[in-house]
Write a protein that binds this ligand. Structure first.
Ligand code: SAH
Ligand code: CA
Length: 243
């Protein structure tokens, strides 16, 4: 955890480059309600969990390119990626948004989602994604989704992948967030920074790093999808469902 809080939120070569991109191409185009949601999230101790605006901009473009109208999101937090998605979908679009905890979404994000006039596109389900994805499958939602964004408990990504490959239609897209885990996937096996009381390699940061490396290998050898590791934000892997 310690290390998480120290890390910068992007993997670019320098802060100056990040600032340049934000100032030139991203912030001037950011939707007003999204900007307010982002600012309201800043006071949260885990604000670094939100999708950064340059990634939101990219996702919005992707969703429009695909003509997506039905999507699923695992991991809502205060709702930056959710509001981004809601704004990108057509008027009759629908997002199934899943989070274990409704508090950050209801207390921080929802007023801005209402302000943006897109609340009707969102079906928020509070609960564990493990159970809820299986429930959606039982309800006959197989093949119904155009797009899925996965940004929750990274240790379970491989489990979600199998369910999402059923829920998302052939030709649809699954996007996994944080697949470069602060750039640490290329570092030596055990990092030098350790949480107090934890053996090297056993703190949260290292555990997620190990799982992320495993998961990236799984995706690279999964022939049911075509993939692209996109180096934006903290790394997003796009998976196009082929079969
Ligand atoms: N996409 C969000 C950030 C998500 S942070 C944004 O842009 O702001 C990760 C979220 O995943 C947290 O809100 C956490 O409550 C949720 N989460 C963690 N484990 C989960 C699980 N098993 N099922 C559903 N949600 C989970
Ligand atoms: Ca994330």
């Amino acid at each position: 955890m310690e290390r998480l809080l120290q890390e910068k939120k992007h993997i670019l070569k320098s802060e100056a480059l990040q600032e340049y991109i934000m100032k030139t191409s991203v912030l001037p185009r950011e939707n007003e309600a999204l900007k307010k949601l982002r600012e309201a999230t800043m006071s949260h101790e885990w604000s670094l969990m939100s999708v950064p605006p340059e990634q939101g901009q990219f996702m919005s473009l992707l969703l429009k390119l695909m003509n997506a109208s039905k999507t699923i999101e695992i991991g809502v937090f205060t709702g930056y990626s959710l509001l981004t998605t809601a704004l990108a979908l057509p008027e009759n679009g629908k997002i199934t948004a899943i989070d274990l905890d409704r508090e950050s979404f209801y207390n921080i994000g929802l007023p801005f989602i209402k302000e943006a006039g897109v609340e009707h596109k969102i079906n928020f389900l509070e609960g564990d994604a493990h159970l809820l994805l299986d429930k959606l499958l039982e309800e006959g939602e197989e093949g119904r989704y155009d797009f899925a964004f996965v940004d929750a408990d990274k240790l379970n990504n491989a489990h979600y992948h199998e369910r999402l490959l059923k829920l998302v239609r052939i030709g649809g897209l699954i996007a996994y967030d944080n697949t470069l885990w602060f750039g640490s996937v290329a570092e030596p096996e055990i990092s030098s920074v350790t949480e107090p009381g934890k053996a090297p390699g056993e703190d949260f940061f290292d555990r997620v790093r190990r799982h992320t490396k495993e998961f990236n290998k799984i995706l690279a050898s999964d022939h049911r999808v075509e993939i692209s590791q996109v180096c934006i934000g903290d790394g997003v892997t796009l998976c196009l469902r082929l079969s």
